[in-house]
Design a protein around this ligand. Sequence first.
Ligand code: NCD
Length: 344
Amino acid sequence: MTAEALREPMPLNGHFTDRSILSVEQFNPLAVTRVFDEADAMAAMVHQQGRSDLLADTVVANLFYEPSTRTFLSFEAAAVRLGAGTIATQGVEFSSIAKGETLEDTIRTVASYADIIDLRHSETGAAERAANVSRVPVINGGDGSGEHPTQALLDLYTIKHKLGRVDDLRVTMVGDLKHGRTVNSLARLLALFSGNSINYVSPREYDMPEDTIAALAAAGVAQQKHRDLKPVIEETDVLYVTRVQSERIGDKSAKLMKKEPYVINAALLEQARDNDMIVMHPLPRVNEIHPEVDSDPRVVFFDQVESGLYVRMALLAMVAGRSVVHGGREAPMRSTMKPWMTTS
Ligand code: NCD
């Protein structure tokens, strides 16, 4: 395979072998359904046998140049449970980036060691830059305030299993919608399915970016901005809460959000429906969800965490051409590791 094949974040249309996963914009409903079917199969496999040897011949590189607990460890665990080996760098300070190496040179290097690269980076567009020079598929684990496609998939997967549908949802997104990549990706993913509407609840300084609003409007999604959560809580099916992205805006601006009134507590959830509604958060939470609601059955953030394992296992298997649901349909990816010297 050539780097040329990865130059654009191409639409997936159900075909994942050797493809980079950079943006939710690559997905159509068929591709989302494929991932969810595969994730269901992964969940069943984990529950029945714990791990498999599906990717025993594969090495997965996890390059995480920004802090991460769940995304990093779930990609590691996903690879391990599929029998793959992993190599990892966490933090710029332990890599040659600290010596001034470009992302492109790092990616060319890692692509000589591994079959799939999972990348988290502080710059918007970094995953696409990486894919443009990589001879192996790159999976975007979050690029600045740009996209977090694997999180959006695991969020929608959780919604599907909790509420039984991915359409006709009234979703309320709360918090720092301007810098949060999870809400940007999830909003765009929701736009693929009919009848979804979104309320954006944030202070003016943290409004959902206009380009996302315009993209969803073009897709026919009903959207409304609010400054107060109370008027919309009762009609909400999915309450998606986010933290202020203090690492992107500095502590001074972050203090503004600390004073804002969107803390989810028991009194607020009293006003939500008793059933058929869920409270989500990509985690980590800081102070936007009071621990007193953790045992409320509508609160699902640790189920999201578990979904992340199955969805990332699904993506790794599919990108490697080893789908267990649609097995044998696509050529395996073994051609990516080609030694530059002649071997016998
Ligand atoms: C999110 C992220 O990194 O964008 N975390 C995650 O991957 N679960 C959300 C956040 O950090 O606020």
